[in-house]
Structure formats: C-alpha cells, structure tokens
Design a protein around this ligand. Structure first.
Ligand code: E4P
Length: 246
C-alpha cells in the first residue's frame, strides 16, 4: 500500500515531501478553498514546483472545477498542458445529482490522461469508474460510513429500497474489499485510493481491505509513527549510551 498526502497547503506538502513517505499528493476544490485565494492553476504550479524541488517524482491529482461535462474535458486538457507534469492525474467525480461523468473519464483516458475518478462511495461506482478507463478510483472511506450514520436519511432509504445498495455498502472496509475484487477481475490497472481518512485505524483497515493507496490528511502521518513505548525505548537507549560515553 502506498501513502499519498491529502492537502493543497504548500507548507504541509513541503513537510510531507521532506518526511519521505509520500508517493503522491491529492487535492480537491474544498482543500484549495482553505488556501489563500489565488489563481487555481498558479497554485497547482507552486505544488509542482515543490515536488520538483524535492527531486521526487510523485503523483499529483487535481480536480476539474467546471460544472458541465462539456467543459470538463477542455478544462482538463488546459490543466495538463499548463502544468506539463508527467505524474499528473485529473480528478473527475463519478456523478452529481443523477448526471453521470463517466463519459468525461473515457474521453480523458482516450487522450492518455490519467484519471482519478473521485467521490466514489460504492463498489458499483468503483466498477463503473474502472469500466470508463479510470486509472485511479477514489473511495471516500469515512463519508461512506457517514451515510450509515446520517439520521433519517431519505436518500439512503431510497437506495436501499431500490436495491441500489445494501447495508454493507455503508461499511467502508467492506466497500473497499468488494471494489478491490470487482476491479481486480475486470480492470486490474485501476488502483483504489482510500480518501476521507480520519484516523490511523482507517489507514490500516483500508489497506487490509485492499486499497492500493491511502491518502492521508497531514495530521495523520505523525500519529502513524508515534508511540509512547517507542519514546520510552529511544529515551532509554540514549540515556544508556550517554552514561557509557561519559
Ligand atoms: C481524496 O482525495 C478526497 O478528495 C478527500 O479525501 C475527501 O475527504 P473528506 O471526506 O475529508 O472531504
């Protein structure tokens, strides 16, 4: 399993690159909106600059922000041309309010553009993304679970009643595992990115369920490596060698 970092913040990206554990960076419009207002592509150019300064050839996912499918394809082309970054992937949502965007995925994939089909919540969305040629399928781990926790969700009940989803489709580890099985059988080149991560255990469970990549909020990685017994061991090593040297 590979680690990506899930942020558009330049300082957080610089730190993650320096920490040496990431093989990619994922952004989304909400993450961009947390940053000082600027030109979208100029901000992405700064991220590419940080990557190039690090000497690491890491993945970068940036999302289309056009609202209409007819505008998404030329926008994605502009992003690719403007950034000229080999490891760039274009994020395209799987759908929105009944509008299906797999046609955009296919058009971009047909141009040789790596597509990260995002905002996926079910194994069937993941399979549809793979069928449309997506190189990456982003499953929103905790938002999947939120769908189960949402109280009085008429939308959830309608999906269940229609036989579109089943209860297990609100268990994120189960969704990752089924998505993995479906994609491996039919679209083995599509990699699962588990996003919407909130705890270290989410990372472990998503990885054990089969996610190829987990994209971490920056605050998570320090929690992965920290442990009070590690502190105790290292403190004792240094104390012991300190006495021995003096
Ligand atoms: C992945 O890149 C997603 O855009 C992101 O992880 C979504 O997570 P959120 O549910 O915290 O917005």
């Amino acid at each position: 399993m590979k680690f990506f970092v899930d942020t558009a913040n330049l300082a957080e990206i610089e730190t993650a690159l320096a920490d040496g554990f990431i093989e990619g960076i994922t952004t989304n419009p909400s993450l961009l909106a947390k940053e000082p207002k600027a030109d979208y592509l100029d901000h992405m150019r700064k991220i590419v600059g940080l990557i190039q300064q690090s000497g690491r050839n890491v993945h970068l996912s940036i999302e289309v922000i056009a609202k209409e499918p007819s505008e998404m394809v030329p926008e994605a082309d502009r992003f690719v041309q403007a950034l000229g970054y080999e490891q760039l992937a274009i994020k395209v949502p799987i759908s929105q309010h009944g509008r299906c965007f797999t046609g955009v995925v296919r058009q971009l994939a047909s141009r040789g553009i790596a597509v990260n089909c995002t905002a996926c919540m079910t194994p069937m969305q993941a399979l549809a993304a793979g069928a449309a040629g997506a190189r990456y399928v982003s499953l929103f781990y905790n938002r999947i679970r939120d769908g189960f926790l949402d109280r009085h969700s008429a939308e959830r009940d309608a999906l269940l009643a229609a036989g579109t989803v089943e209860a297990d489709d609100f268990d994120p580890a189960h969704v990752v595992a089924e998505s993995y099985r479906l994609l491996k059988a039919s679209y083995p080149n599509a990699e699962i990115i588990a996003g919407s991560i909130r705890t270290v255990l989410d990372v472990k469970q998503a990885g054990l369920a089969g996610a190829h990549i987990v994209t971490l909020p920056p605050k998570i990685f320090p929690l992965i490596v920290a442990h009070y017994k590690t502190d105790e061991a290292v403190d004792s090593f240094l104390a012991d060698i300190g006495r021995w040297l003096n």
